[in-house]
Write a protein that binds this ligand. Structure first.
Ligand SMILES: NC(=O)c1ccc[n+]([C@@H]2O[C@H](COP(=O)([O-])OP(=O)(O)OC[C@H]3O[C@@H](n4cnc5c(N)ncnc54)[C@H](O)[C@@H]3O)[C@@H](O)[C@H]2O)c1
Length: 400
């Protein structure tokens, strides 16, 4: 029997950390029964405290009523056991530590205990959905469901198709994301970094290399990106916010997966990570966070050329389209909803002119001889065909 979204009543969330507690809260707020699993009772207690705090904020802001907060909490069952808790659940979201062996064991366990119709998903940022699926006897019912931090507030969910994921499963995950009040985008291939982290990774690298070469200060880059570019945070500020340990790990994984196009600039992040300066969570990173968000000076707005950030973002977006990983629409939605960008890279390129972006990349490639600036064949092809964007009626999008 098929597995439509209407059939989903009970959801299992494994891992009650930063992401898991928020995901559980969102599911419960939307009326689903939730089983929240972690390895220790103390962790579950802390997770429930965090959920209560977050719900109280929603009540304060009049987004929900007091009764809704209570009903939400009552729908969440915390437990350290699987047996007797997951056997009647319809859907699972795994959000434990980023470790493939641990995740595979959890998938095998869920597969063994959950009903045949149940769909199993992972919130992994970097690991292979396909491999997790193959740890089960239902690889067609396994997909990626990549949420953004904090899950209670961020709109975007990247839905990832593993090599064995069925259309029906993908569809149901998309429908569930919508039912949870989120905006799903589809990542059609199980590639490292999915959509958002691929584009962001390239933009970070461009900024780090520019800083490393001494062409601009980190404050200068961030001021330009924020005040001239209209991005919600500067790249160094955002890296601190995400956590430099995570940015560093993701950077390494991207380099392994894509090679020179993602050549990290180790001299920039690595020393900070080694000193334990991991950004906001430790109080120190590129900036001092002990007195709140760092103040990025206004007067350094002209130190950096924000078109360089756009150029590498558009280039990576072109690779995603070229490799049939995502559509321009989904790429743009992902960057706007996942990171608060003022514009998606594809629509930006169409407005600016693909020829202009291509020239910028060629100029940068000529100057630095780095792969991240080497234009994607898709851009060359579009410009050669005269598809230069809005003005030509065709670019990433078609205009009437
Ligand atoms: N933090 C983010 O911004 C973010 C964003 C998107 C995706 N992710 C992904 O979400 C996942 C979780 O990340 P996080 O930041 O919430 O991590 P976290 O360290 O805050 O939480 C992980 C939780 O998993 C629990 N856990 C570990 N082993 C377990 C097991 N065998 N069974 C049950 N629970 C177990 C831990 O006790 C911990 O509570 C990772 O795969 C990460 O890549 C994180």
């Amino acid at each position: 029997m098929g597995m439509g979204v209407e059939r989903i009543k009970k959801i299992v969330v494994v891992g009650a950390g930063t992401m898991g507690h928020g995901i559980a809260q969102v599911c419960a707020m939307r009326g689903f029964d939730v089983v929240l699993i972690d390895i220790k009772d103390e962790i579950l207690q802390k997770a429930l405290e965090k959920i209560k705090w977050s719900l109280s904020k929603f009540v304060e802001k009049r987004r929900i009523r007091e009764e809704d907060a209570e009903a939400t909490l009552a729908r969440i069952t915390p437990t350290t056991k699987y047996e007797g808790y997951v056997d009647d659940a319809d859907f699972a979201i795994e959000a434990v530590v980023e470790n493939l062996d641990i995740k595979k064991k959890i998938f095998a366990k869920l597969d063994e205990l959950m009903p045949e119709h149940a769909i199993l998903t992972s919130n992994t940022s970097t690991l292979s959905i396909t491999e997790m699926g193959r740890a089960t006897k239902r690889p067609d019912k396994v997909a990626g469901m990549h949420w953004f931090n904090p899950p209670q507030l961020m709109q975007l969910i990247e839905v990832i198709r593993g090599e064995d994921t069925s259309d029906e499963t993908l569809n149901t995950v998309v429908e569930l994301a919508k039912k949870l009040g989120k905006t799903p985008v589809i990542c059609k291939k199980d590639v490292r970094g999915f959509i958002v982290n691929r584009i962001l990774g390239n933009v970070f690298n461009e900024a780090f290399w520019t800083y490393y070469r001494g062409e601009a200060s980190k404050e200068g880059i961030d001021a330009t990106v924020k005040y001239s570019g209209g991005f919600p945070m500067g790249w160094f500020e955002l890296a601190d916010y995400v956590g430099l340990d995570i940015a560093y790990e993701v950077g390494k994984i991207m380099y392994e997966a894509y090679g020179e196009r993602f050549k990290p600039c180790p001299e920039v992040i690595e020393p900070l990570v080694k000193e334990g300066k991991l950004g906001q969570k430790t109080g120190q990173g590129f900036y001092d966070w002990t007195k709140g968000r760092p103040r990025i000076p206004f007067d350094k707005c002209d130190e950096y050329d924000v078109e360089r950030s756009w150029a590498v973002a558009v280039n990576e977006a072109a690779w995603l389209v070229y490799e049939d990983v995502a559509t321009p629409e989904d790429i743009d939605t992902a960057m706007k909803f996942g990171t608060g960008w003022p514009s998606g890279p594809c629509e930006y390129a169409d407005r600016k002119g693909l020829d202009t972006i291509l020239n910028k990349l060629k100029e940068l490639y000529e100057k630095y001889k780095m792969e991240m600036y080497k234009p994607c064949p898709l851009l060359e092809e579009y410009v050669a065909k005269g598809w230069t964007g809005r003005k030509a009626g065709r670019g990433f999008y078609t205009y009437k």
